[in-house]
Write a new protein. Sequence first.
Length: 318
Amino acid sequence: MSGFTFRPALRENVGLLIGLAGGTGSGKTLSAMRLAAGISGDKPFAVIDTEAGRAKHYADQFKFDHGDLMPPFNPAHYLDAIAAADKAGYPVIVIDSMSHEWAGDGGILDMQEAEFQRMGAREAVKMASWIKPKGEHKRMVARLLQVRAHLILCFRAEAKIEMIKVNGETKIVPKTTPTSLDGWVPICEKTLPFELTASFLLMADNPGHPKPIKLERQLREFFPADRPIDEEAGKRLAEWARGGTPPTTSQPSSQSAPEPASTKVLADFREAIEKLGFSEAKALAFAEWDQLDGHTRAELSSLFASLKAAATPERALL
């Protein structure tokens, strides 16, 4: 006998991994602090700071313990800091910023370049030079899923554009990636936001208001788009993670919920691919991009990426 057993599934002691990405002035650090304070309750939380002590600017507003993480910003170094905070028993660990693991001194990009040079700096070995750094990143992610504390990861984001053809005319549009919204792209390994419980982009023109990258239906009530992320969201999220029933902020409607707009948009897009091909269908989607809500954009971006990866499997390593 294998000894493998099953029991009825219960939502209890759910570990939370929340990602907050944004550019300067988007409110990602403050939002992370507010969320952590709500989850922690009366207990202090831990902050792992790669930003030269900037988290301490909030020391008068929140109860937390601070630790500086210095270069090299490789996955193993991050794991050492996270393991130390977890061993100390903090209920929540905020990491500000997780972007250094990708683009910081000694991060994944530096690791890949060092490996590329070690292998002879030939074009033929460029793909292979990603194997070791990507492997270390994947091991880090696997370890994050085993941490007892709730994790809040802050990411920097930058605005990017791309050129596309629309009816034979070249147009410059916000860049679309699996994790982008309105052309703002989190600085991190491209699949990391999807490994998390939920992830969001925050914008400087509306600081602290969440625009979902990944947000499952059962968590949407905790992150309304018309309210900034705050301590109340943290309290309700913590109660949900413990297995309780958080109080609702609005009365449920007696009417059945309408079909999500994203369902029709995705169906229309797939139909357009069959009739027009991927490139033309994508151009049509971009023409309507400003009219789509955050959830639809996130799902459409994810679909773009999966179709692109299926067409060019060699890109999966990058």
